[in-house]
Design a binder for this molecule. Structure first.
Ligand SMILES: Cc1cc2nc3c(=O)[nH]c(=O)nc-3n(C[C@H](O)[C@H](O)[C@H](O)COP(=O)(O)OP(=O)(O)OC[C@H]3O[C@@H](n4cnc5c(N)ncnc54)[C@H](O)[C@@H]3O)c2cc1C
Length: 499
C-alpha cells in the first residue's frame, strides 16, 4: 500500500452529472479540478452500462429540461449525437396496454364490460359510503375512484416502487400527483362518446425527448474528455474514504484505489456529490453523535435491472412499459433500442431491461445473478411480452441509493446536516444524493454549476435548486405511475415516525 500527496485547486467527489458539470463550469473559467470517482465508469446513475457492444441505461434517462443553461451544456457536449426520440410508454395490465398517463375512459373501456360494471359499482359505493378518514393514499384514491380502480391502476405499481403499502403512504402525495382524473367526465364519455378516436388518444401520448445516441453515459464520457483537454483530470476507481478537516475547513480528502493504494488530495475547495450519509461517515474528526445520528436516519431505495437479450427484432413499440400485474415482481420494462437503435449492436435482436425496485440487502438484491436471469425470463414469458425460449443472454445491474427517500424524518435530519456542513467554509455538497433531493439530471447539474460559479465569485444558492418542485420529469402526470415525485409515509397513529 502506497501513500501519495496530490494538489489541485478544486477537488470534486463523484463523476456523475453534478460533479462533472461542476468541473466543466470551472474549466470554462480556466480553473483546474480533479474529479475523484469510486467506480470504473463516469455518469453515476446516468451512466451507460456496457456488456460488449450492448448498452443499457439504469432506468431510462430522458434528457428534458426547462433550464436553458442545462440544454445549452448538453448541446455543447454532444450536440452532434443528441437524438430527438419519440416517447411512448404505456401501462400493461392483464395482457393489455393502457394509456399513460392514465386516461379513465381508455382504462374503463379497455377492461371490458364485466370489469366496467365492477368499477362502476365500486365507484358508486365510494360516492355513497366514502371512508371518513383521508389520511392515506389508499383512502384518498379509493374515495375518489372506487376501490376497484385503485387496486388495478394504483396499488400494485405504487407498492412495487416504494416498497410500502398504500395504506402507509400519505394522502397528501396522492393529492399532489393525481390532479387531472375526473371519473364523472370519464364515465360520461364512455357512455355517450366524446372519447375521440383511439388514434387521437395515442397520438397525444407521443412526445419527444432528447437522448444521446449511445445512451446517457455518452454525455458524461464526452464531458470527462473535454475536462481532460482543459487540464482537469477524472480519476476512476478512486474512492474517497476520509475527509480530513479542522472544524472550519477541509484540508484534504483521502482516497483508496481498488488495488489498495491510498492518496491524500489537498485543495483550496472541495465539492462533494457522494451521498450525504456517506459524506458524514468519512469526516475526520467525526462530527458530534447527534449529527451522525441524523445522517444515519436518511434512507434510500435501491434499483436492480435484469437486462435480457431476446432473439426477436421487435417486441413492442414503447420506450418503456409500467407493469401493473400483481403476480410478477417486475415494475417496469425498458426496450433500449426504442430509446436509440444504436444501444443494440444486432438489429435482429432486442434488449429489454426488467426493473425491480428493491432495498439493498433484501431477498432480490442478494439473489444470485443466474437466478435473477431465470426469474426475469419467466416473468416476461408469463406476461406474454416475449415468446418462450427466445431469451438468449442477459446481465444483472445493481444500483444502490438510486432514490433518496422522503419519509417522516428526513427533513429534520437534513436540517441538522446542513447546519453542521455550513461550518465548513470550503466544502459544498451537490447533486441528487449529495443533497438528498429527488433531482433529475438537470437539477443535479445546476447544483454543481452553482457551486462552481460561487468559486468564481458568484453568489448562487446551491441548495435552492429545485426546491419549489415546479415540475417533475413526468410533467402534468395524472397517474401515479410516474416515479419522479416521492411519497411520504404517514406516521402510524400514536407513533412519532419511522426513523
Ligand atoms: C431509475 C431512474 C431513472 C431516472 N430517470 C431520469 C430521467 O429520465 N431523466 C433525468 O434527467 N434524470 C433521471 N434520473 C435521475 C438522474 O439519474 C440523477 O439526477 C443524476 O444521475 C444525479 O447525478 P449526481 O451527479 O448528483 O449523482 P450520481 O449520478 O449518483 O453520481 C454520483 C457519483 O459519485 C460517486 N461516488 C459516490 N461515493 C463516492 C466516493 N466515496 N468516492 C468517490 N466517488 C463516489 C458515484 O460512484 C457516482 O458516480 C433517474 C434516476 C433513476 C434512479
Amino acid at each position: 500500500m502506497s501513500e501519495q500527496n496530490q494538489q489541485a485547486n478544486t477537488v470534486v467527489i463523484g463523476a456523475g452529472p453534478a460533479g462533472l458539470t461542476a468541473a466543466y463550469e470551472l474549466g470554462k473559467r480556466d480553473h483546474k479540478a480533479v474529479v475523484l470517482e469510486a467506480d470504473d465508469v463516469v455518469g453515476g446513475i446516468s451512466r451507460t452500462a456496457r456488456v460488449g457492444d450492448w448498452r443499457f441505461d439504469i432506468g431510462g434517462h430522458r434528457f428534458f429540461t426547462k433550464v436553458p443553461h442545462v440544454q445549452q451544456v448538453w448541446e455543447e457536449l454532444i450536440g452532434d449525437e443528441f437524438l430527438v426520440r419519440p416517447r411512448l410508454s404505456r401501462i400493461f395490465y392483464r395482457g393489455r396496454m393502457f394509456d399513460y398517463p392514465l386516461k379513465p375512459a381508455n382504462a374503463i373501456l379497455g377492461l371490458g364490460p364485466v370489469e366496467t360494471v365492477r368499477i362502476g359499482l365500486s365507484y358508486l359505493k365510494a360516492q355513497l359510503l366514502p371512508s371518513r378518514e383521508e389520511r392515506t393514499f389508499e383512502q384518498w384514491v379509493s374515495n375518489r375512484f372506487g376501490r376497484r380502480l385503485f387496486e388495478i391502476f394504483f396499488k400494485t405499481y405504487t407498492e412495487k416502487v416504494w416498497g410500502m403499502p398504500c395504506s402507509e403512504i400519505s394522502a397528501e402525495w396522492a393529492a399532489q400527483r393525481i390532479k387531472d382524473l375526473d371519473l364523472k367526465v370519464a364515465i360520461k364519455q364512455a357512455l355517450f362518446g366524446g372519447l375521440g378516436s383511439r388514434g387521437k388518444v395515442v397520438t397525444s401520448l407521443i412526445e419527444e425527448f432528447h437522448y444521446p445516441r449511445l445512451g446517457p453515459g455518452q454525455m458524461w464520457e464526452r464531458c470527462a474528455d473535454k475536462l481532460g483537454a482543459r487540464g482537469s483530470e477524472v480519476r476512476l476507481g478512486t474512492r474517497v474514504v476520509r475527509i480530513e478537516h479542522d472544524g472550519r475547513r477541509v484540508l484534504a480528502v483521502h482516497t483508496r484505489s481498488k488495488a489498495g493504494d491510498e492518496e491524500r488530495h489537498e485543495g483550496a475547495s472541495f465539492l462533494s456529490s457522494m451521498p450525504l450519509q456517506q459524506l458524514f461517515e468519512v469526516l475526520d474528526p467525526a462530527p458530534p453523535a447527534e449529527v451522525l445520528a441524523a445522517a444515519a436516519r436518511l434512507r434510500y431505495r435501491d434499483f436492480l435491472t435484469v437486462a435480457l437479450i431476446v432473439d426477436e427484432p421487435e417486441l413492442f413499440p414503447d420506450n418503456w412499459i409500467y407493469i401493473h400485474e400483481p403476480d410478477v415482481q417486475v415494475g417496469r420494462i425498458q426496450n433500449y433500442k426504442n430509446w436509440s437503435p444504436d444501444m443494440v449492436p444486432d438489429p435482429s435482436r432486442t434488449a429489454l431491461g426488467l426493473e425491480y425496485f428493491v432495498q439493498e440487502g433484501d431477498a432480490l438484491w442478494t439473489t444470485p445473478d443466474d437466478e435473477l436471469l431465470a426469474l426475469a425470463t419467466r416473468e416476461v414469458e408469463h406476461l406474454g411480452l416475449v415468446p418462450r425460449g427466445r431469451v438468449v443472454d442477459g446481465t444483472v445491474l445493481r444500483m444502490p441509493k438510486a432514490y433518496p427517500v422522503y419519509d417522516a424524518v428526513y427533513q429534520e435530519a437534513l436540517e441538522v446536516l446542513r447546519g453542521w456542513l455550513a461550518g465548513l467554509e470550503n466544502l459544498e455538497s451537490v447533486g441528487r444524493n449529495g443533497q438528498h433531493r429527488y433531482n433529475n439530471q438537470d437539477h443535479s447539474m445546476m447544483t454543481g454549476a452553482h457551486a462552481a460559479w460561487n468559486l468564481g465569485g458568484g453568489d448562487f444558492d446551491v441548495w435552492g435548486v429545485n426546491v419549489e418542485q415546479e415540475y417533475h420529469e413526468e410533467g402534468q402526470s395524472s397517474s401515479v405511475s410516474g416515479d419522479r415525485a416521492v411519497p411520504s409515509r404517514v406516521a402510524p397513529v400514536g407513533a412519532k415516525g419511522d426513523g
